[in-house]
Design a binder for this molecule. Structure first.
Ligand SMILES: NC(=O)c1ccc[n+]([C@@H]2O[C@H](COP(=O)([O-])OP(=O)(O)OC[C@H]3O[C@@H](n4cnc5c(N)ncnc54)[C@H](OP(=O)(O)O)[C@@H]3O)[C@@H](O)[C@H]2O)c1
Length: 285
């Protein structure tokens, strides 16, 4: 099993959850740059993995707005390079993607075949990466979309909230963007199942269960972190609207993913996001 993006949140979660029977090679950008088609081809030829998980991505959503070419080089061209190389050696490809491929105006959990209408450069480059992964593999790849990922030691919303809740007297968080926080460990467990199922192809969704706004997520982070001793005092958490917190990239107002097709296909159900948040904070503690 070859994991590209092996140094990121998901890459590390895959390492922590890997079945003992599977040999896993994880590479970060310093070891293999997915922008380099020749290097990707040569490395896959040399390693000959049975499965490739492409978790390598430009994930700086706001920075992508002013660096569209650089984001596309990783998220679109990089995904194409990986898919072409995987196809050449007959490896199964799992391409990881995002809820930000959606525009967020639908108002019900989004199914894999709902139209992808991204609002941001990041979302567009990831949508195009999905198309490249499926196109280069004649549809044999699995594209697995996820959302709001966090992992111990990662750059994520949980880490940011813990830091500013320690530093500030109050925290303001948007309450009109709704999605599903997902522990990278939960996605990793699902990806191991996808890896064992060569009969599955196309687009799938996997997040933890339930829904939350970023505000709900922040309130839960504070409550759970107080319970585990990561925070020693509570600060007011104030709900604000997106318009009061302008960012370079537009984000979907509602990007809850309907993962029910994955649950049925894998015979696996995700835990509620709050249960996994508690598990993660307990591990950190
Ligand atoms: N984070 C989220 O909230 C979120 C939400 C939905 C979907 N996703 C998707 O989930 C996947 C994993 O995300 P994550 O949170 O684990 O990301 P992450 O922690 O930001 O890690 C990104 C990984 O991509 C690698 N990478 C970046 N540029 C590269 C390049 N040119 N060549 C090779 N590798 C490169 C990085 O390597 P180095 O660190 O070694 O440079 C790192 O291992 C991505 O596909 C992302 O789009 C993430």
């Amino acid at each position: 099993m070859l994991v590209l993006g092996g140094t990121g949140q998901l890459g590390r979660a895959l390492a922590r959850t890997a079945p003992a029977t599977i040999e896993i090679v994880r590479l970060g950008s310093a070891e293999l740059d997915v922008r380099d088609a020749a290097a990707v081809g040569a490395r896959l030829e040399a390693l000959r993995p049975g499965v490739v998980i492409n978790a390598a991505a430009w994930t700086a959503v706001d920075a992508a707005e002013s660096a569209a070419g650089a984001a596309a080089a990783v998220n679109t061209a990089g995904a194409a390079h990986v898919a072409r190389a995987a196809e050449r050696i007959g490896a199964r490809l799992l391409q990881v993607s995002t809820d930000f491929v959606f525009g967020g105006g639908c108002g019900r959990p989004l199914r894999p075949d709902d139209p992808a209408e991204p609002l941001s450069v990041y979302g567009r480059t990831k949508r195009d990466g999905e198309a490249a992964a499926l196109g280069e593999t004649a549809g044999r790849a699995c594209v697995v979309r996820t959302a709001w990922l966090y992992e111990v030691g990662g750059h994520n919303f949980v880490a940011t909230m813990l830091r500013i809740m320690r530093e500030r007297e109050s925290v303001s968080v948007v309450s009109d963007q709704v999605g599903t926080p997902t522990w990278a460990r939960s996605l990793a467990t699902a990806l191991w199942r996808f890896a064992e199922r060569p009969d599955l192809a196309g687009v799938f969704h996997w997040t933890d269960a339930g829904v939350a706004s970023w505000y709900d997520f922040a309130v839960a982070i504070q409550e759970e972190a107080l319970a585990t001793g990561q925070l020693t005092r509570a600060v007011p958490v104030l709900a604000i609207r997106t318009a009061e917190y302008p960012t370079a990239a537009r984000r979907p107002a509602y990007s809850v993913l309907d993962g029910s097709a994955s649950w049925r296909a894998l015979d696996l159900r995700p835990a509620h996001w709050r249960v996994n948040l508690r598990r993660m904070l307990e591990e950190m503690a």
